[in-house]
Design a protein around this ligand. Structure first.
Ligand SMILES: C[S@@+](CC[C@H](N)C(=O)[O-])C[C@H]1O[C@@H](n2cnc3c(N)ncnc32)[C@H](O)[C@@H]1O
Length: 301
């Protein structure tokens, strides 16, 4: 017998396969739902228990999707339809409005830089973008690893593919988004043209040279770029000083801790004439405390 588990609206749903039979088991994490809902489910549970335990034949496509979803470590929680949400390390869905994105992107050419599993690119598709490119590197070897970490990494580690979730989510959502493998430092208008809307989420802190990346991003932006990243407001305590702290690729490959003023200055210095702070909020990994400050800038060339 094989089983896969996905989380859905606080419920744990396990897909159980035995021979050619497939069944679902659902369970509630203790204390996670309001009492009324729990009570309602408790009344139903006696009636449903026997049915839930008895495997029923289900859509083999759904079983295959569950198998694929379970085989990937997801960074982003993505709605795949038919009741599946990928168990991402981060879930941006409940805080989407804090990103102050345009409601509609109809007719626009959109670029999502550092797309990972593609959450933002799919969101821009949902908002009507005409064409969407989702850009990311291929594997760990392509990111800015500190010298010693790279030297100590095995070939397997360096070749480990990134964003495997993208193609699963892309197929499940029947998406039109185009995935391109490219380092942000190699982004040029000659290769990709220009974009009405460019999105860059939580990338700059992971780069050795965020100023160079921003200038590459500026060169492909025709209308505006939405740039969000982690900030450390303590670093803004000295009036007018654009301060960032060097972390040298420590921990989860963090090169820089930005003060908001330093990040804004860097965006301006990349050639964006107008940089507007749209929002500032804290969030954290799914199910954990919201500890990290994020800032959202809209930058216009
Ligand atoms: C913290 S994740 C952010 C993912 C996504 N943008 C989001 O906001 O949820 C960092 C992403 O940056 C990508 N990345 C790291 N270095 C990169 C580079 N030099 N060029 C392009 N993408 C890069 C990683 O592969 C990963 O997808």
């Amino acid at each position: 017998m094989t089983s896969w588990t996905v989380r859905l609206l606080g419920l744990r749903a396990s897909l159980v396969m035995s021979g050619d039979r497939v069944g679902f088991e659902m369970s509630l994490p203790a204390g996670s739902l309001k009492r009324g809902v729990a009570g309602m489910l408790a009344q139903k549970s006696a009636r449903q228990a026997s049915a839930a335990m008895a495997p029923e034949p289900i859509d083999p496509d759904l079983a295959e999707l569950a198998r694929q979803v379970a085989g990937v470590t997801w960074y982003q929680s993505i709605d795949l339809g038919r009741g599946f949400v990928t168990p991402g390390f981060y879930d941006h869905r409940p805080i989407l409005e804090r990103y102050s994105l345009p409601e509609r992107l109809d007719g626009m050419r959109v670029l999502d830089v550092a797309t990972f599993d593609g959450f933002w690119a799919f969101e821009f598709e949902r908002r009507g973008a005409a064409e969407i490119l989702a850009l990311d590197v291929d594997c760990m070897s392509d990111i800015d690893l500190p010298f010693r970490r790279r030297a100590l990494a095995s070939e397997e580690e360096l070749a480990a593919p990134f964003g495997q979730g993208f193609s699963i989510a892309h197929a499940a959502r029947r998406s039109r988004v185009q995935h391109v493998t490219c380092n942000v430092y190699d982004l040029t208008p000659e290769r990709f043209g220009r974009f009405d809307f460019v999105h860059v989420g939580d990338l700059l802190l992971h780069l050795r040279d965020p100023a160079l990346a921003l200038s590459r991003i500026r060169n492909v932006t025709s209308r505006y770029a939405f740039i969000s990243d982690v900030i450390y407001p303590d670093l803004d305590r000295f009036d007018d000083q654009p301060i960032m702290q060097y972390d040298g690729g420590a921990g989860e490959n963090i090169w820089w801790r930005f003060g908001a003023r330093a990040l804004r200055r860097m965006i301006e210095d990349a050639g964006f004439d107008q940089v507007e702070e749209l929002n500032r909020f804290r969030y954290g990994p799914r199910g954990k405390d919201a500890t990290l400050w994020h800032v959202i800038y809209r930058a216009t060339p």
